[in-house]
Design a protein around this ligand. Structure first.
Ligand code: AMP
Length: 423
């Protein structure tokens, strides 16, 4: 006998005790996204590797260390998607969505894959929800996307979170800031982690993003991007803040929010779970005005966000919030003897065809008392009890498990609408 096979590291099963919560959360997201005028897009779980290399950026952790990359039987280089935006933009270009000249508002839900060191809140397969708004550079939409996120979290009942906002400038003003950062960090080189040493040359803003304690402390006194914004970026940043005020969304400006991916410019934001110290980013996003053209499409400004379901569920559990309810049967069949079971097959099927949730364990041979206990445990509304006597008389006992009322139903004449028997 060969040994048992375990689940891959960094992944998890969603068991029935949890899966109903996922259903409920997905429904909440679908509903609100539709309310804001976003339509669902579903893209493949794997894409050409180059899409992410070009879209996410070569010098990012995702590309350097975290990709699930593979070659298919025909030698194509493919990758499991590490995030959703690059795929959405690929599809936007490929399906000529810019053609009608209108805004394109899309949302997605699905698994993403990153080969990272697993810990609570960080998995190798995780489930993201996201929205993307393409076709406008107006800061109004930055605020709209951010206020959508705030609305979503608030709808779920979450209270322990904070919005952190920054602008990371544009291709014109950001190089000056990079220079200032490089200068600042020169003196700290001996104290930086190896990754940060590399980042000084390749992607200095990422120095602000490092999670190593020492590097974090050094970043506190680093120059702030806000002081380096050019007029256009500054005005846009001020407008985003103004619209957020109008929308009654509170925020704090955090000049260290840079986001890990290359494609961002101007607005960058994160919603932070204030109840946690690590893996506390509930969701994040920002503007990416150059990504569409970088991937071969027309110049199209855009803004979006993405968040993970796992961290959302953890946050909701920590705040004891409602996430739908475990599905329960309306009717629970209790049978004793073969004859009773066989007689119940028909009526059970009729109830199900009339949309009534039924639990019927054909293998069960225990006492009526034991089965009644199971019916109560399953939270059923009614028990339908057929022992040997009832089977002979062609009747069944209906017991209302909430009121304990009981009555005998004759099965010789089942009404056309079988649900009448219940109410
Ligand atoms: P990112 O694309 O890295 O900005 O991530 C956006 C959001 O996705 C984060 O705020 C998390 O909620 C979630 N997320 C990212 N990476 C992981 C991961 N490895 N495991 C679980 N959730 C993740």
């Amino acid at each position: 006998m060969e040994g048992k096979i375990n689940i891959p590291r960094g992944t998890y099963d969603i068991l029935p005790q949890q899966s109903y919560k996922w259903h409920w959360l997905k429904d909440q997201f679908h509903l609100l996204a539709n309310k804001y005028g976003f339509q669902e897009i579903v893209t493949p779980i794997f894409e050409a590797y180059q899409l992410f290399e070009r879209g996410v950026g070569k010098d990012t952790d995702i590309i350097e260390k975290e990709m699930y990359r593979f070659v298919d039987r025909k030698g194509r280089s493919l990758a499991l998607r590490p995030e959703g935006t690059a795929s959405v933009v690929r599809s936007y270009i490929e399906n000529h969505m810019h053609k009608d000249g209108n805004l394109t508002k899309l949302y997605y839900l699905g698994p993403m894959f990153r080969y990272d060191r697993p810990q609570k809140g960080r998995y190798r397969q995780f489930y993201q929800y996201g929205i993307e708004l393409l076709g406008s550079k107006s800061p109004y939409y930055d605020a709209e996307v951010i206020s959508f996120a705030d609305h979503f979290l608030r709808n779920l009942g979450l209270k322990k979170y904070r919005l952190e906002l920054n602008s990371i400038g544009c291709a014109d003003c950001s190089p000056n800031y990079d220079k200032a950062l490089i200068e600042y960090y020169q003196g700290y080189k001996p104290q930086l982690c190896n990754d940060c040493l590399k980042r000084i040359d390749s992607n200095p803003k990422r120095l602000l993003d490092c999670k190593v304690e020492n590097c974090k402390t050094i970043s506190h006194k680093a120059p702030s991007m806000i002081d380096y914004l050019d007029d256009d970026c500054r005005q846009d940043f001020e407008s985003v803040c103004k619209f957020l005020d109008q929308m009654n969304v509170s925020y704090t400006v955090n000049p260290r929010i840079v986001r890990g991916l290359d494609y961002y410019n101007k607005t960058a934001f994160e919603f932070i779970n204030t109840g946690l110290k690590t893996q506390n980013a509930l969701l994040g996003g920002g503007r990416y005005d150059t990504l569409v053209s970088m991937l071969g499409g027309p110049d199209t400004p855009a803004i979006g966000l993405a968040g993970g379901f796992e961290r959302l569920i953890d946050a909701m559990e920590a705040e004891n919030l409602f996430m739908g309810s475990y599905p329960k049967p309306t009717l629970y069949f209790i049978t004793v003897g073969e004859e009773a079971k066989n007689s119940c097959a028909k009526i059970c099927s009729l109830f199900r065809k009339n949309d009534i949730n039924v639990e019927f364990d054909f293998e069960r041979n225990s006492s009526i008392k034991a089965q009644l206990k199971s019916a109560v445990k399953a939270n059923a509304d009614y028990a339908l009890i057929m022992g040997e006597d009832e089977a002979h008389q062609n009747t069944i006992n209906l017991k209302n498990l909430n009121t304990s009322e009981q009555r005998v139903i004759s099965l010789t004449e089942i009404p056309e609408n079988i649900t009448e028997l219940l109410f």
